[in-house]
Design a protein around this ligand. Structure first.
Ligand SMILES: [Cu+2]
Length: 168
């Protein structure tokens, strides 16, 4: 039980998971955990989409981020196959970010941010903006379904800074 919990927590931290693997006394047991983790990971990321290419942008959508912990708009409809150029503005006095993902990975990522407040992260599925800054995020929505986005700065998503893209 305890070990399962540890393995689960390490699975959220790929860098540390590698270090832990070298201490695992049982390769057989490790394989079991690894395959469970892999299938979970695959399921969690299915359908989220992929980084977009500028040449394939079909539409621009503007999103505002503010200190009232809201995205505006926070509910967006797109067609599957569309590449969206999100033009994101931080109109607040705090740093905000927009991270696209499924809720499981967003929650896991938010936990990392809480545990390591000084962590700097930059991935193709996100944009982080200083107060007053504007930036772009290109994303291709490949599969129908609901995709989440959120600001993962500690406390922001919890205060309601999240939204959904409905891919038709
Ligand atoms: Cu925020």
């Amino acid at each position: 039980m305890n070990k399962t919990l540890v393995v689960f927590m390490l699975s959220l931290l790929p860098g540390l998971a590698m270090a832990a693997n070298s201490h695992d006394p049982s390769p057989e047991e490790h394989d079991t955990h690894h395959s469970e983790h892999s299938s979970h990971h695959h399921e969690a990321t299915h359908g989220v989409g992929q980084p977009g290419k500028a040449a394939e942008v079909s539409r621009t959508i503007e999103i505002d981020m503010s200190d009232n912990m809201r995205f505006s708009p926070d509910n967006i409809d797109v067609q599957s196959g569309e590449t969206i150029r999100f033009v994101v503005t931080n109109s607040g006095q705090l740093v905000h970010e927009l991270v696209i993902g499924d809720m499981d990975s967003l929650l896991a990522h938010a936990k990392e941010m809480r545990d390591m407040p000084d962590m700097e992260h930059e991935d193709p599925n996100m944009i982080s903006l200083q107060p007053g800054e504007q930036g772009e995020l290109l994303w291709k929505f490949t599969d129908a379904g609901n995709i989440d986005f959120a600001c993962l700065l500690p406390g922001h998503m919890e205060a309601g800074m999240k939204g959904q893209v409905q891919v038709k």
